[in-house]
Design a protein around this ligand. Structure first.
Ligand code: ADP
Length: 418
């Protein structure tokens, strides 16, 4: 089946067409037929880019004021006789939508019924920037493709298997019951793809393995995946918690926030912007939020770039240790995301000193791997270390197939306490 995968933001829509079915997804034979994006929705020079394997990239500009027009444009281009990949729109069998927040309502992907849409709307309070944009994308796509099933795949759903002792914060319990304030975790679709793919490559069952999945992109998170279930993850109530990221602070003493607000007379908005946009690698290095530029600056002797690099890797190492402790060991450590897939330096620095727990990196193999799937630990390393490029869109397309065939893995319902 050809599936349209949509990732709708407030001013952009990313789309892919992926061909998959039950057999293809189990044998990694599913194919990405086209990858596209419309950006600057709401402006007069909105841009559409379409990449089809083996062809030149196509781009065009139009005034696109809202999501219906954007998705209409994407579908027209996909069906265009000279640049598209479909003969007719009826070739699209279903649509998969990335939805950022499923709260405690969704522990797996679901068909988007009116009841599901209501619940996604209710979860908007937890993701006020993202869920409304995801819903706008749904309504636009449904208007264009009313006769095919639409399936929601949530960034948070995979982590709903976390136990209460991992997802609660040590603050008054009433904030959990009243506001659902707890750790949710994000990047779930990526961690799920990477752990699934790693076990395909290792030819083992996920149900037998303890895995640490490390997604290092602009946003960064780890997940402890114990026998196919996420039991802890480093992002929290929002994506701000955990690792040091491109522009996000990650973990910090919460008392810093009121102290700094008082000392600097900062508003809530300024504090939020500082923590999310002006912190992390960007703030410490004084160079950039981009790891490539930090690695270059470090090589040129910039001390702050070197500290930023070491801070980044040290935080990854601390989380690896804590997740190995949480699971009582680890069988494999998996790197993904732009940094995890492409930076041998980061992987080596994050794993150096973990030999005592059975992590033996093969330095020359590691140095060779920039993108692509590979095992980078020594042959006799008790813990396997792998690079597994993520593919969140493929996971969304696969979930469409799983939902339509009623084989979506079911988890125990989230532990809701009162
Ligand atoms: P996003 O989280 O926005 O999807 P990516 O997963 O593409 O981002 O990751 C972006 C990060 O990956 C940037 O910090 C970029 O510098 C880093 N990156 C990409 N290629 C390399 C490389 N060859 N070496 C080091 N870092 C890289």
């Amino acid at each position: 089946m050809k599936i349209l995968v949509l990732n709708s933001g407030s001013s952009s829509v990313k789309f892919q067409v992926i061909e998959t079915d039950l057999e293809k997804l189990n044998t990694h034979q599913d194919k990405t037929l086209a990858v596209g994006q419309i950006e600057k929705i709401g402006l007069s020079d909105s841009r559409l880019v379409l990449k089809v394997p083996g062809r030149d990239t196509y781009q065009d500009y139009h005034e696109i004021l809202e999501h219906r027009a954007a998705i209409g444009w994407a579908i027209r281009i996909l069906c265009d006789a000279s640049v598209g990949i479909l003969d007719q729109v009826t070739e699209i069998g279903a649509v998969g939508h990335r939805v950022v927040h499923g709260g405690e309502e969704f522990a797996s992907s679901v068909l988007m019924t009116p009841e599901v849409l209501n619940k996604i709307e209710q979860c908007s309070v937890l993701a006020p920037l993202h869920n409304p944009a995801n819903l706008r994308g749904y309504h636009a796509a449904h208007a264009a493709l009313p006769d095919v099933p639409h399936i929601a795949v949530f960034d948070t759903a995979y982590h709903q298997t976390m136990p209460a002792h991992a997802f609660l914060y040590g603050i008054p319990f009433q904030f959990y019951t009243k506001h659902h304030l707890r750790r949710y975790g994000f990047h779930g679709t990526s961690h799920r793809y990477v752990t699934f793919r790693a076990c395909q490559i290792m030819e083992c069952e996920r149900e037998d393995k303890k895995l640490i999945s490390i997604h290092l992109g602009n946003g960064c998170s780890l997940a402890a995946v114990d026998r196919a279930k996420s039991i802890d993850t480093s992002m929290g109530f929002t994506p701000l918690e955990g690792l040091v990221m491109g522009t996000r602070s990650g973990d910090l003493d919460p008392a810093i926030i009121p102290w700094l607000m008082a000392m600097e007379e900062m508003t809530l908005h300024q504090m939020n912007t500082m923590l999310n946009k002006h912190s992390g690698l960007y703030a410490i290095s004084g160079v950039s939020s981009d790891m490539r530029e930090i690695i270059d600056a470090r090589a040129r002797g910039r001390r702050r770039a070197d500290v930023a690099f070491r801070m980044f890797c040290y935080r990854v190492k601390k989380y690896i240790g804590s997740y190995a402790a949480a699971m009582g060991g680890v069988d494999a450590i998996l790197f993904t995301g732009g940094i995890g897939e492409n930076s041998p330096e980061v992987r080596e620095s994050a794993l150096t000193g973990l030999e005592y727990m059975g992590v033996h990196l093969d330095s020359s193999k590691n140095a060779e791997v920039v993108g692509g799937e590979a095992v980078i630990s020594t042959q006799d390393s008790p813990v396997t270390v792998m690079v597994v490029p993520t593919n969140e869109e493929k996971t969304i397309a696969r979930d469409v197939i799983r939902v339509l065939n009623n084989v979506m893995p079911t988890f125990d319902p989230p532990e809701v306490i009162s």
